[in-house]
Design a protein around this ligand. Sequence first.
Ligand code: NAD
Ligand code: UDP
Length: 311
Amino acid sequence: MKNVLVTGGAGFVGSHLCERLLHDGHDVVCVDNFFTGNKANINHLRANPYFEVIRHDITFPLYIETDSIYNLACPASPIHYQRDPVQTTKVCVHGTINMLELANRTGAKILQASTSEVYGDPEVHPQTEDYWGKVNPIGIRSCYDEGKRCAETLFFDYFRQHGLEIKVVRIFNTYGPRMHPDDGRVVSNFIVQAIKGEPITLYGNGLQTRSFCYIDDLIDGLVRMMDSDPSLTGPINLGNPVEHTILELAEMILRLTKSHSQLTYLPLPQDDPQQRQPNIEQARTKLHWAPKVSLEDGLKETIAYFRRVIL
Ligand code: NAD
Ligand code: UDP
């Protein structure tokens, strides 16, 4: 049994990760300030004596004992990370420094939930880990994109300067149960709109692409990365390489929900990446990991979840 700290543990990804780590027999501390997280995501875990919740903002230092740290705390949806962009950069930079300092004090290994956004609007397709990205440093997405890029820099400087055991994963669009209905990301928006019979809000012409990974597959990749050989620092892409246009996603959700919602076209937000698909050769060969859940199967689970929540 290990003492594992999950920052952002009450969020969408974090709550699934806490659940998996408890299932694997670890002692889990969930640290969250509930900025976008939700107590309902973790209430079912509270009866477990090996689960603890600390309400804490990681932009302030934290002093506890721990063997490993998953650093997930950060709003992930554009509408949420743009709501208080200065705080978004702070959580990526100050928050990450605080967690790296905690790892340095305790000798814990530490994993950073980085993102495909470090590639920006990519000119290399599919994206490989050695691509440095095309990111606007002063746009509305920059608080998140540049914040996450700086967090990666900090991880590698603590690795070089202090010899920390670090793990950096770049997560591509992930979806599944426990996304908040008002999260604002495309999968939750479209499913909620389809179930309610409201217009499906396509931004731009809907021909921009994303590659969607089901939450169970991502969690498996995160745990494999944390348990990997200490020499494996990453960065390593985790995502599903099957790419779809946003219009295809809308059509699939309409079919699976048997909804009669109409498509409505709205302006494309500034700096919205045109294409995104992970190259996962590194994850395949070094972690023996590949996604197993198809988009259709994952959407069925997610739709069933939102039906329970909404209706
Ligand atoms: P989420 O918004 O559901 O979860 C983020 C959690 O962090 C929330 O519980 C929130 O309350 C908490 N948090 C935010 N600021 C905090 C702070 N200062 N102190 C403590 N807790 C704080 O998002 P998610 O989808 O679960 O994403 C989790 C992580 O994975 C994020 O770091 C995100 O950047 C990364 N990621 C997610 C995706 C995805 O598709 N879900 C893709 C790429 C990267
Ligand atoms: N999108 C959309 N309608 C929505 C929400 C998002 O067309 O209601 C588009 C958005 O413009 C982007 C894609 O779907 O091109 C994925 O958006 P999301 O916010 O889920 O993730 P990210 O842009 O961070 O990949």
